[in-house]
Design a binder for this molecule. Structure first.
Ligand code: PGA
Length: 247
């Protein structure tokens, strides 16, 4: 199981970031759970450089540019150089700020070009009775996968994060039964781009109000490969409880 802690902008001090990293190193020792931490960009280098633990690091986003005169941008190359091995791309909070599927694709391509494993976030804003949300998900996946080589496709991770479930409480998260249906649907979609067993190389994560109280049921009742956790990953005690609930 893979747990990605997306600290978003919840962490605004290096000392707190270091405490979370130290706790994650202890939690990751058992070897059952792989932990990836996604700190705000200014902390990435100080935590990740010289990291010899099992914990790995993700950058929360990468630039669609290749660097140069682009003030404020964090390129995939700089993130990889700072020690990241993963990149969260297409998070709904970035899509809400203007990332289109085409921009998401170019970010994925930059990440892959610099050896970062893209964690491609997909998710619908609402669930309608006509299931138009499935078309939205299909579009988010197909724009990226159709443009990648077969080898690149196997290097992807998908994070299914329904927007209606993000940043709420466990009671608002998806049910295990509904999540399992979505995992099967995503696996089927991936099978269109990666025939045979190749599609099983693409891990599928769930994100949206994952907490110590619901993580075990979501893992046990589905074929999910891991979780992308926001708020609950930004507190040492809660994150510890969350990882232990899965161990
Ligand atoms: P949440 O966020 O766990 O706070 O709902 C998940 C995410 O947005 O990645």
């Amino acid at each position: 199981m893979l747990i990605v802690g997306n600290w978003k902008a919840y962490i605004e001090s290096l000392s707190k970031a270091k405490r979370l990293y130290a706790a994650s190193k202890r939690l990751g020792q058992s070897g059952k759970i792989s932990i990836v931490l996604a700190p705000p960009a200014p902390y990435l280098g100080s935590l990740a450089s010289g990291n010899r633990s099992k914990v790995e690091f993700a950058v929360q986003d990468v630039s669609a540019t290749l660097g140069g005169a682009t003030t404020g941008e964090v390129t995939a190359e700089a993130a990889a150089d700072a020690g990241a091995t993963y990149a969260i791309i297409g998070h709904s909070e970035r899509r809400a700020m203007g990332d289109t599927d085409a921009i998401v694709l170019s970010k994925v391509q930059h990440a892959l070009a610099h050896g970062l494993t893209p964690i491609l976030c997909i998710g619908e804003s609402v669930r309608d009775e006509d299931a138009a949300y499935l078309t939205q998900l299909r579009h988010q996946v197909s724009t990226v996968f159709a443009a990648l080589s077969p080898k690149e496709r196997t290097q992807m991770i998908i994070a299914y994060e329904p927007i209606w479930a993000i940043g709420k409480n466990a009671s608002d998260a998806i049910t295990p039964a509904d999540l399992n249906e979505m995992v099967l649907y995503i696996q089927k979609m991936l099978g269109e781009y990666l025939p045979g067993k190749a599609s099983s190389k693409v891990l599928i994560l769930y994100g949206g109000s994952v907490e110590p109280g619901n993580i075990r049921a979501l893992a046990a009742g589905t074929s999910i490969d891991g979780f992308l956790v926001g708020r609950a990953s930004s507190d040492v005690t809660t994150f510890g409880a969350l990882v232990k609930a899965l161990s």
